[in-house]
Ligand binder design. Structure first.
Ligand code: GMT
Length: 374
C-alpha cells in the first residue's frame, strides 16, 4: 500500500515551495495520500485532488508573546496530523525550522513516523554561517531519518560547514513537462510594448542581495547597446527600489519592464530569448530549469548548483560572479547568432528532459522513502 506523506514547506512563491508542491502532486498522482502542512495553501496547488489534503497552521498571537511562536504551532500541528491521519513520513523542506519542528512533532506523536529533510540552500549557505544556529541545523540533519540536498554543491557544502555524519543524498530539483502556452507570444510581446524584432532577456528572482540583480541590469546595459532588446524583471523583494534607481541612473527606463511577482511565468518565458541568473549564492536555480524546459538558453554564475544545470557552451554559459563584460559579450554573441541560439535551445530542452524530468526524480524520492522502512 502506498504511504501517507506529510509535506511541510513554505507555501509562498519560491523554489522550495514549488518543488515541495510539485512533489506532493506527483506523489498523489501515483496514489500516495499527501498532506500539506503549512500556513497557507501552497500557491501551485490550484486543482482539487482527491488524495491531497491541506492542514493550516494557525499561529497563536497573544500579547504576551513578543514574537508569534510559528515554530511551536507548526510542531504541534504536525504531531496532530501524524496521529489523526496516520502518516508514515514527514517530508520537511528546509532544516530550519521545518525539520526541527518535524523532529519535535515525532517525539510528541503517538505513532512511529520517519522524517525526511530536503536541504534547499539558504538554511546551509546563509543560516549555516551563523554560529548561533549551527548546532540546531546539525541536530536537524543528524536526527532526520533521510536527508537530501538539491545539488551536489549543496551536499558538499553541508558536509564542509557542519561536518555531519548523516549520509546526504543528492536529489536534483525537477520539472514537469511544459504545457503548451495559452497566450499568443506575438500578442503578449505587443501588449508589453516589445517590438517584434527586439530580443527579450528575462530575470526572475526574489530580489534579495544574493541574486545580484544589479549585475543583470549592468549586463543588460551593455547588451542593449549592441542588440535591440528589452529586459523583463520578474519578482519583488528588498532590492526592488535600489534596482529602480539604478535603471533610472543608466537611462534604461524605456527598456526595462518590471513585472512584479507573477505566479505564472510560463507565458513570459515563451517570449524570452535569454535567461540571466547571476547570483552569488544559489544551491540549484529552479528558474533555470523552467526556462531551459522551454528552450531558453541561460547565462549563470559559476556558483553553487548553477553549473549542475547549465552546461557551459552547450545550452548556455557559465561566467564568473560579477564579470558583466564577459556576460554581456556572451549574450551578444548568442543573441546575434541564430544557428548557435537554436543549437543551445535544442540542447537546453533535451538536457532538462533527460536529467530533470519529474518522472525520474520523483522515483528517487520514492526509493528513498521505501529505503527507510526496510
Ligand atoms: O531562490 C531563493 O532565494 C528562494 C529559495 C527558496 O526557499 O525557495 O530557493 C532555494 O531553493 C530552491 C529550490 O530548491 C533553489 O532552486 C534555489 O537555488 C535556492 N536558493 C538559494 O540557494 C539562494
Amino acid at each position: 500500500m502506498n504511504k501517507k506523506v506529510g509535506i511541510v514547506c513554505y507555501p509562498t512563491v519560491g523554489g522550495s515551495g514549488v518543488v515541495a508542491t510539485e512533489l506532493g502532486i506527483n506523489l498523489a498522482e501515483k496514489g500516495y495520500e499527501v498532506h500539506f502542512i503549512s500556513t497557507t495553501m501552497p500557491f501551485r496547488l490550484k486543482r482539487l485532488y482527491a488524495n491531497i489534503y491541506f492542514h493550516e497552521v494557525e499561529v497563536a498571537n497573544y500579547p504576551v508573546f513578543k514574537h508569534p511562536p510559528y515554530d511551536l504551532s507548526l510542531a504541534n500541528k504536525i504531531a496532530e496530523v501524524i496521529d489523526r491521519e496516520e502518516l508514515d513520513i514527514i517530508h520537511a523542506h528546509y532544516a530550519m525550522p521545518h525539520a526541527i519542528c518535524s523532529i519535535i512533532a515525532k517525539q510528541m506523536a503517538k505513532r512511529e513516523v520517519k522524517i525526511v529533510t530536503t536541504l534547499h540552500g539558504t538554511d546551509i549557505t546563509v543560516l549555516g554561517i551563523d554560529q548561533s544556529l549551527q548546532n540546531m541545523i546539525c541536530f536537524a540533519i543528524e536526527e532526520s531519518d533521510g536527508v537530501t540536498a538539491v545539488s551536489e554543491s549543496l551536499r558538499k557544502q553541508t558536509k564542509e560547514v557542519f561536518n555531519t555524519e548523516k549520509p546526504i543524498e543528492v536529489i536534483h530539483n525537477f520539472i514537469d513537462q511544459v504545457d503548451p502556452s495559452i497566450e499568443s507570444p506575438s500578442r503578449l510581446k505587443e501588449n508589453l510594448g516589445i517590438l517584434p524584432e527586439e530580443k527579450v532577456i528575462i530575470h526572475i528572482s526574489n530580489f534579495r542581495k544574493v541574486k545580484r540583480v544589479e549585475d543583470v541590469i549592468q549586463s543588460f546595459f551593455l547588451i542593449q547597446k549592441k542588440v535591440p532588446s528589452k529586459l523583463l524583471l520578474v519578482g519583488d523583494g528588498p532590492e526592488y527600489s535600489n534596482m529602480r534607481s539604478l535603471i533610472r541612473e543608466l537611462g534604461l527606463d524605456d527598456q526595462v519592464i518590471f513585472m512584479g511577482r507573477q505566479d505564472n511565468i510560463q507565458d513570459l518565458l515563451t517570449i524570452s530569448d535569454l535567461k540571466l541568473l547571476l547570483s552569488e549564492k544559489e544551491s540549484f536555480g529552479l528558474v533555470l530549469l523552467e526556462a531551459m524546459a522551454q528552450g531558453i538558453p541561460s547565462i549563470g554564475t559559476n556558483i553553487g548548483g548553477i553549473p549542475e544545470v547549465i552546461q557551459d557552451g552547450k545550452n548556455g554559459y557559465i561566467c564568473s560572479l560579477g564579470d558583466v563584460d564577459d556576460i554581456a559579450n556572451k549574450a551578444i554573441n548568442l543573441l546575434n547568432d541564430d544557428k548557435l541560439w537554436k543549437d543551445f535551445s535544442t540542447h537546453a530542452k533535451s538536457y532538462v528532459t533527460e536529467n530533470f524530468d519529474s518522472k525520474t526524480i520523483v522515483k528517487q524520492y520514492e526509493e528513498l522513502y521505501d529505503g527507510l522502512f526496510t
